[in-house]
Design a protein. Sequence first.
Length: 138
Amino acid sequence: MAIESWEWSYSFGIQRMKDRPEPYDDYRHLHLTGTLLRPAKLKVETVRLIFLPDEAYNRDQWERHRRPHVGSVSLHRGKFEALCSLPADALAPILTMLAADKIKYAVLDGAKLRYGHADITHYRLDTSMDEDDLPPEA
């Protein structure tokens, strides 16, 4: 995906959901929107990636939390959307690079779409991209 815009907002308050044990609610999701570069055969109107910072993905927690994927993709009615986990300690440097207009591309890797859904096993955010860096057309 070629990144065209990004958004980040923050909110903090008392946890009001009864099924959550945490005393506070903290929202700090990063949203990236842009143009899908690959696979070219997918015709999409909008592309949005949402990164959810979580301390469980920080390097010092890796041994405690093993998961089979780091996110998921859905394609529904021309809308391509991905939800990706993000180590919480990576958020500040990523926001700094986005604010400096340095991060230009996002590349997702994982399973093929099946019934409009797929798991993401790897992603990266890059400052530049050439044809060799893009995944092959499926």
